[in-house]
Design a protein around this ligand. Sequence first.
Ligand code: PLP
Length: 407
Amino acid sequence: MSKLALNGGESIRTLPFPKWPIWTDDEINNLIDVIKSDQWGSIKGTRVNDFEKKYAAFHDAKYGVCVNSGTTALTLALRAVGIGRGDEVLVPAYTFIATATSIVEAGAIPRFVDIDPETYNIDVNQLEANINERTKGIMPVHFGGRPAEMDVILSIAEKNNLKVVEDAAQAWGSEWKQTKVGAIGNAGCFSFQSSKNMTSAEGGIILTNEDETEKYARSFSNCGRLPGGVWYEHYYLGGNFRLTEFQAAILDAQFDRYPKYQKIREQNCRILNEHLSQIDGCEILKDDPNITANSRHLYIWRYKKEAFNNAPKSQFIKALQKEGIITSAGYSIPLYTQPVMKNKAFGPMGASVDLDVDYASMELPETEKACYEEAIWFPQFVLLGDEKDIDDIVKAIKKIQENANEL
Ligand SMILES: Cc1ncc(COP(=O)(O)O)c(C=O)c1O
């Protein structure tokens, strides 16, 4: 008789995990207010503007500029700090595609750097070897909500005269040495896309402490206009990338609830860390006292197949899902092997462009290990339940290990 649910046995968990998104009457009432106000756009409405100020203040930043997505935020932030045609930007190879494509959209060239397997963030020890005369920026990703090593990144940036644009898409409220991420570098970008810890379905924000960066980011997001300028007068290459008042109304409703949820996620992560570190073949990421808050957009751990009868990660994931646990293998394709990158398909209809970089022959061992063999993710809403939910995750992993001969 098979024990694993994968082979017809009984699942450890039949109850659902917390649903996402979470909403209350606050979202509904705010939306009704916007409808009745007749001010649905941010040009005349006040909600986007108020949210920008609130969000920036919460993240210890001087300015916030809302835009229609995290991807847009990254592209505009790069352009606003002065990165453009022919410049190179250092970026981790293990991240969402937008981190890299935003660099291409800005006219620049992504240079992929391997990750540190202990953190799954960019390996700061490999930054300097990747700097050349074209390098103009670093785009660290606070992956899963875990802040990148900002001290080292800033000191390398300063030494080499590079701009730092933080990809904080997943890192709402994360802190490096008690400073919230997002405006530690020259600019930082967040996403409010559906899966994110705070969401308006789509949306993003750029944070910065720099007057000039704010000026350009705001203008680029609003068709190249300047504040107080004539409506049909356009100074810079911009577009309509504005957030709507509806989206700001939804985000505003979630704002005050956020710290409560972050606490629950952090508490559940601590419990999960304690349990997983006791299980052979489950490796947790390195503890770092410099990280004083973590949004825990993702809980990530390393799977060692040797402790599971040499079953590949994909088979283990299937088994865990059948036991009723929501989990995924995460990114399974290193960015430099994505068709768009390896073919340098940056021209119209995917036409290849002639660029002096060779993504097709790249091999970054830690990124490949994470993609193909080791990284396993639990999404943030799985961490919003109680201890029983975490217990079920642990029980399911142990059950699979005990019956690994069935994998
Ligand atoms: C690391 C990272 N960067 C950038 C983005 C892009 O954000 P968006 O989907 O809002 O464009 C995302 C999210 O999807 C992300 O996870």
